[in-house]
Design a protein around this ligand. Sequence first.
Ligand code: LUZ
Ligand code: MOS
Length: 751
Amino acid sequence: MRNIDSYGHVRGESLFVDDIIVRQDTLYGLTFDSPIAHGKIKNINYDKAAQVDGVIKIFTHKDINGENQIGGILPDEPLWAEDEVHFMGQPIAFIVAISESIAKKARALITIEIDELPVITTAKEAKEKGSYINAPRSFMLGDTEKAFTNCDYVFEGESFSNGQEHLYLETQGCYAVPMENGNIKITSSTQGPTAVQKIVARVLGVAMHTIEIDVIRLGGGFGGKEDQATPWAVMAAVAVQHLKKPVKYILNRHDDLRMTGKRHPYESTFKIGLTKDLKIKAFDVEFLQNSGAAADLSPAVAERTLFHATNSYFIPNVSSIIRSCKTNLPPNTAFRGFGGPQGMFVIESAIAHAAYKLGVDKSEIQEANLLTEGDEFSYGQIATQVEAKACWRMTKEAFQFDKLQKEVALFNKENTVLKKGLSLMPIAFGISFTNTQMNHARALIHIYQDGSVGVSTGAVEMGQSVNTKMLQITANTLGIHPSKVKLETTNTTRVANTSPSAASSTADLNGNAVLKACSALIKRLTKVAATMLSVEEEIISFKDDKVFVNNNKSDLFWEKVVEQAMSQRVALSENGHYATPVIHFDKTKEKGHPFAYHVYGTAITMVTVDCLRGTYKFDAVKIVHDFGKSMNLGIDIGQVEGALAQGIGWMTMEEIAFNEKGKLLSNTLSSYKVPDIFSVPKEIDIIPLETLGNHMAVLKSKAVGEPPLMYGIGAYFAIQDAVKAFNKNYQPKFHAPFTPEKVLMSLYADK
Ligand code: LUZ
Ligand code: MOS
């Protein structure tokens, strides 16, 4: 089944926040933000701005009736700055005018005086100054100190990965409308409708039931709208509360790039110990996470880094620590992989470093340490239904890795200016919110009396096609044609207290809730149908819009059963609730079983580097991926392709730059380059691993959103392989992204 949105998308008919027809008394908002990264506000003059014709009101923290606090995990972030500012782009005031252009004109007339304070932009500096978000976290397994003394080889090194801009095509935005009795309805481009509802209620000082959040769909989220869609909706809501008029606020790209947080940059140091047969016996790692100026989701992101610090390898002795470093950058936030990719880049760096020092191929160390059944992760979970070796082996066999290696060696022998590089990248990604209590969802299903069906869930459609999967599950469980099913918007009045659509878990959690609701409805309809046909309930099933008896099609249509149920006053609506069983985690011991299951896979990356220019092209990426039993391979392969491109972008070309004053330099699409059709691999081959699936995944179809992003890490090491082929004196460095400039420097370093 195709993505149900494709028709509307191609015709430009799909609705996003900015497409909503607005009421004619609608006003427009715009943020006035800090021009300085750190300092004390001495004076702000709004007089000239307020006098601009068409400006209705300029809101500041003084206009807040509830709390000036939007922090999700820690209460450390004001909606609007009061006395101090902590990053450039921090919201200070909100201009509401009769048009966006008038608001913009007014913003330019606001003057501010700030007493500047020292600015921290890197995690290392923050560590030196003891500037942290919270206490460090640490996962331990075995005894690294003792293990290192028993190793034949011990190596130490450093690894750095930069941030990443989400660059959702649809920028942040919302439309807030006053309803009767002081209620407010907000259409928001958010991954977390309940988060928006909760924080709006807190800041306005009202109860949650007065605030309704509606989400049609998002033009991309990637984690950037898990927490950071909230402030804009809150600002608009404050204005609505005061003015009793609708307020629309869509960020322009420049404001969005400047004011929102990104993937966390990490600076890390590692120590890795191996035996002669290349078994990794000990791994010691310290991660410095550049969290930005407030906690946002950083503590949760940090946790996931520790969970993925050993990627898809078994290491019996692990000592890992992460420090969330407070800097004067916009608060960094969720980004596809949520700290996992940053953790995995460090272990891959450590393995590459050891391989270089030992003069062996990196893949030999990788292969010697892959996870197997019964292995323990550093956080205590025992690995089961492990597909690490199966994916690795199948990748090497199906794509003839040995032959590729020979071809590359031959090519490199025959060419001086062009060099090819190869890498293998295995992944293991844990599925579930690491915070156990977030793993739940609900679905509300109505069967209308004509047999058509409406489905509401907590899932937010953001291009990942989750609505298509929800529709498929509904149609499949009820035995009706997909055209009978409609997916409703995601709305807090229909499905309440939702977790954000995140952690690759949206289809699993909401899909299982749909499954439960549909099963309950089918049970009721089975009883009705059995009476209508005068047969036992046990032999009834629903398929192809008909009732089946003993797996034989009867003459009884779905619509007739629904009609009969209606006349018998049988409930045709159901609310399904699902909470992932089995999972648990004890933070006081840092041990437990936090993940429902893991997703595995292996990618081969082949690149050709132009050694005169430092530019490169990816010839091919060949992947064996563990989809479980995919419920929609077209959609799932699309997720792998998209995630791969995004991962390659993070590792190779997307370079976020701040100056020492904390000003974002890569603040336009001409200075921040994301992969386009010319930079994606010329060939992408994806083979689904053949497995029986995993019963913890919905319909045994595994989560697919985030795991494949980490195949992109292979791109870094493929380039490194090519650079080594050109420059025998090159000492591998681990400093992503590997931009053409850095490649060029590496090609000629010490040559
Ligand atoms: N969000 C979250 C996430 O709140 N918890 C998680 O574990 C997570 N993992 C991945 C992406 N978003
Ligand atoms: Mo996410 S990084 O699953 O919002």
